[in-house]
Design a protein around this ligand. Structure first.
Ligand SMILES: *Cc1c(COP(=O)(O)O)cnc(C)c1O
Length: 363
């Protein structure tokens, strides 16, 4: 098997041991043995975000968007309103989910390169309207901007708002303390920072809020957060058939994450990012975001006018490197490179070297 270097922001490059853990004996997911794997995963999710006594890791078989849909449809009662902070493609996705399910919302819209302003948030939104909840993206994967969720959630908590965070491409990468950060519902997925295989998403959910959610809030059948929580808690079972093998791989990936620690992976991530950033700079590339709001998880790079993205992509792909286009709603001429997943500084140097070769061939 050839080792591929994925610089797309998930699914990421996984370790060989995570890939190997997919091959297991056939098992019925209603067996106790499997139930222990599932409840162990839920425990590990709250353990690594420091909220074991207050939150529960509710798992779903879906990509990350499924878990976003679950929390938004399950938590906001009919008639209550949510405030959505929007500064990128994934902020827009939260809006689209609310539109699809007829959930009342207002938006605090910003440019893709702008961080939310706490004064504006407080005076022009929180004071002016009666919100039940607030939702935001932590790491905007469309640009590489990292929103300051701690300060925003802290402010929202003063007004007793329920806080919902899409931490899809930051969970397991950046250390997150859910209680310190006042996060009631954190949504993520197994195939990004955790370094597992696609197919399972989760909502780390505040138990006391979840317990108040009744079935009549349900706008969804399959993705009911409350019913899935009850089933996992009381029976150690998914309500419906789970992605069994993906859960074994997720369990393995979580064990490896706990062994490495998020802090050490975060240090490594920033180290890889800096190698990439300075390497690209040396090759005269420019970036979409100003330095001081870069997440150091991913970088959006401006595509030089002489360069064709799909040609560059194919050149890299032949060399076992996968690069990723930009989001056209943000900016037409960018491409994106992320540095999380099981890749090492030498992989980044290999990419930069191939890029240099590519540029030389062009000229
Ligand atoms: C990846 C991602 C999602 C979810 O995408 P899926 O394809 O449904 O897994 C949502 N929000 C952000 C910020 C993401 O990076």
């Amino acid at each position: 098997m050839v080792r591929k270097i994925l610089l797309n922001p998930g699914p990421v490059t996984t370790t060989q041991s995570v890939k190997d853990s997919l091959v297991v004996e056939d098992i019925c997911p209603r067996e106790k043995e499997f139930g222990n794997i599932i409840s162990g995963i839920s425990d590990k999710l709250t353990q690594i975000s420091n909220c074991s006594s207050t939150h529960y890791g509710v798992l779903f078989t879906s990509s990350g968007t499924g878990a976003l849909e679950s929390v938004l449809t399950s938590i906001i009662p009919k008639g209550k309103k949510i405030l959505i902070i929007n500064n990128g493609t994934y902020g827009k996705r939260l809006i689209e989910i609310c539109l699809a399910f007829n959930i009342k919302f207002s938006t605090y819209d910003l440019e893709y390169n702008e961080l939310p302003d706490l004064n504006i948030l407080e005076n022009e939104f929180l004071r002016m309207d009666d919100f039940y909840a607030i939702a935001m993206v932590h790491h905007e994967t469309s640009t590489g901007l990292l929103n300051n969720i701690n300060m925003i959630c802290n402010l929202a908590k003063r007004d007793n708002l329920i806080t919902i965070v899409d931490a899809m491409s930051s969970f397991g990468i950046v250390p997150i303390d859910i209680n310190y950060g006042n996060i009631d519902f954190l949504v993520s997925t197994t195939n990004k920072g955790i370094q597992g295989i696609p197919g399972i998403s989760f909502v780390i959910s505040n138990i006391s809020i979840l317990e108040t959610v009744k079935d009549y809030f349900d706008r969804t059948y399959y993705h009911s957060l409350y019913k899935q929580y009850k089933s996992l808690l009381e029976n150690k079972q998914f309500r419906f058939t789970p992605a069994v093998q993906v859960l074994y791989a997720m369990n393995k990936a979580l064990d490896e994450l706990i062994e490495d620690t998020i802090q050490i992976r975060w240090n490594l991530c920033r180290q890889k990012w800096r190698i990439l950033y300075y390497g690209l700079k040396k090759l005269n590339f420019e970036f979409l975001l100003p330095d001081k709001i870069q997440s150091q998880i991913l970088i959006a790079v401006k595509l030089p006018s002489y360069m064709d993205f799909s040609d560059l992509h194919d050149y890299m792909y032949k060399r076992h490197i996968t690069i990723y286009p930009g989001k056209s709603d943000i900016c037409d001429n960018i491409f994106r490179l992320s540095v999380f997943g099981d890749i090492v500084p030498a992989d980044i140097l290999y990419f930069l070297n191939e890029l240099k070769e590519y540029i030389n061939e062009q000229n």
